[in-house]
Design a protein around this ligand. Structure first.
Ligand SMILES: Nc1ncnc2c1ncn2[C@@H]1O[C@H](COP(=O)(O)OP(=O)(O)OP(=O)(O)O)[C@@H](O)[C@H]1O
Ligand SMILES: [Mg+2]
Length: 231
């Protein structure tokens, strides 16, 4: 098993994750995914579809550019996994296709895929949405909650290494333990150990053969650059 959960004596829900992993947050709008992610992970570990949408089209809410936003999300995940970094994907992940795309990236990079299901009651989501500045409205929450119920019923058969359901009460009790289990990849090779890729620098002429410096500046190299910059 690649991620485990335990309730310890103080009723904390301990979730063990490997780094690197693809941790997929799944839940309807306003269930608390971004809040939870910010409480437990570094900003750079969180790959947010809202943020990606903002980066590609200047407006996090503009749903017309989903294709571009998710292309960026997937690209960032690939790049980070190649460097054995943690990827917490903050999107609703409510469709089978969205989850399949993320699972495939994890498989291709030979890292665990972990699903966190935000099992928050519909009325709580609606209330949280109502109180926040950026509301999406009750009909959207109802629709997404319906999709979430479908996801909850089927996700265990989709191939994720671990599916962890979190109730509203459990959100406050979660603690993550992250174990570094790097996947050997070319990008992690210590470049200092690589063979030299450049020819050795040509020998400098002996100091006495160099023309004298003028006005305190070194003489120009043939390239026109000061000789101190020649590499
Ligand atoms: N555990 C919690 N208890 C009370 N309020 C919460 C909790 N988690 C989040 N909230 C509040 O609920 C609102 C929605 O939270 P958040 O933005 O994290 O949801 P989200 O799932 O990321 O939504 P979206 O999918 O729209 O991005 C916020 O105002 C947040 O402060
Ligand atoms: Mg969010």
């Amino acid at each position: 098993m690649t991620a485990e959960t335990n309730l310890n004596a103080s009723e904390q829900k301990v979730i063990r994750l490997n780094r690197p992993s693809v941790v997929v947050l799944c839940g309807p709008a306003a269930c608390g995914k971004s809040t939870f992610a910010a409480q437990h992970f570094r900003p750079t570990q969180i790959i947010s579809s809202d943020h990606a949408r903002g980066l590609v089209c200047d407006d996090e809410r503009d749903q017309r550019y989903q294709t571009q936003a998710f292309a960026l999300v997937h690209f960032l995940i690939e790049q980070r996994l190649g460097l054995n970094r943690m990827c917490v994907v903050d999107s609703t992940a409510l469709t089978v296709q969205a989850r399949k795309n993320l699972l495939e990236i994890a498989r291709r990079n030979r890292v665990p895929a972990v699903m966190l299901l935000f099992n928050i009651p519909l009325n709580v989501c609606i209330e949280r949405d109502r109180k926040r500045e950026r509301t999406v409205g009750q009909p959207t929450i109802e629709h997404q909650h319906h999709l979430f119920e479908q996801a909850k019923a089927g996700v265990k058969r989709e191939g994720f290494d671990q599916v962890i359901e979190l109730s509203d009460e459990e959100l406050a009790q979660v603690r993550f333990e992250i174990v570094f289990r790097p996947v050997p990849r070319p990008a992690t090779i210590d470049h200092r150990a690589e063979p030299r890729r450049f020819a050795p620098r040509p020998q400098q002429p002996p100091a006495e053969a160099a023309p004298p410096a003028r006005n305190g500046h070194p003489p120009a190299a043939p390239s026109g650059k000061p000789s101190g910059e020649a590499a």
